[in-house]
Design a protein around this ligand. Structure first.
Ligand SMILES: N[C@@H](CCC(=O)N[C@@H](CS)C(=O)NCC(=O)O)C(=O)O
Length: 211
């Protein structure tokens, strides 16, 4: 089994954090997104969408999408549960997880990719078109979406110590990866969001955050 990975990229980091929390070590194959290796034939044969991470099983099955990879390992090795401990928690994790992706990860990606010279002709991640020019208006939209994201983190952390309740979960992993991704564009947790700043310190101090 092996994980196609990219050390600097935020979505592969989500998968690595999840695996580290479970104590699962996998062989990895590094793919250079910045250099465009993910858009070349060798990697497109692995994932025609050109996206990372991808998990390859020993029987050759390839699983893309971070959440699919995580669900696979949650079933193989339930402890510690990171996708919810019972039906109620699993529903909350699923609901909030989507918000972390749409309002956090995708918004940070909009700001980053539409404003960075290296991605001026690759404004969406992965394969699909030879040239996808940046759309500068998406930078502001991404900023606005991130402002909403930060607002909701503060609300959720007013209810419990972690973003989906009293247990650390995948929701916390996606949120911390989105915050660090937004930091590439100098967008940070607002200084008045005390609960989020405290949570961020706690989550960033977990060994998995360095995975
Ligand atoms: N929804 C996908 C998102 C995957 C994704 O966007 N990965 C980025 C790295 S963070 C990528 O592969 N980018 C390729 C590119 O920029 O061309 C998932 O959860 O795996």
């Amino acid at each position: 089994m092996k994980l196609y990975d990219c050390r600097v990229a935020p979505n592969p980091r989500r998968a690595r954090m999840f695996l580290a929390e479970k104590g699962i070590a996998l062989d990895t194959v590094e793919v250079d997104i910045l250099g465009g290796e993910n858009l070349q034939a060798a990697f497109l044969a692995i994932n025609p969408r050109g996206l990372l991470p991808v998990l390859e099983l020993d029987d050759g099955t390839r699983i893309d999408e971070v959440m699919s990879i995580c669900r696979y390992f949650e079933e193989l090795q339930p402890a510690p549960r990171l996708l919810g401990r019972d039906a109620r928690e699993r529903a909350i994790v699923t609901s909030r997880q989507r918000k972390m992706e749409f309002d956090g990860m995708i918004a940070a990606s909009e700001v980053f990719r539409n404003g960075h010279a290296d991605f001026a002709r690759r404004s969406l991640p992965g394969a699909g078109s030879d040239v996808l020019p940046a759309i500068p208006a998406l930078i502001e939209r991404g900023r606005q979406t991130l402002a909403r994201f930060f607002h909701w983190l503060e609300v959720y952390l007013g209810e419990a110590d972690y973003l989906a309740g009293d247990a650390f979960s995948m929701v916390d992993i996606t949120a911390v990866c989105a915050i660090d991704f937004a930091g590439w564009c100098d967008i940070h947790v607002p200084p008045g969001n005390a609960r989020t700043l405290d949570w961020y310190t706690r989550v960033s101090a977990r060994p998995s955050a360095q995975a």
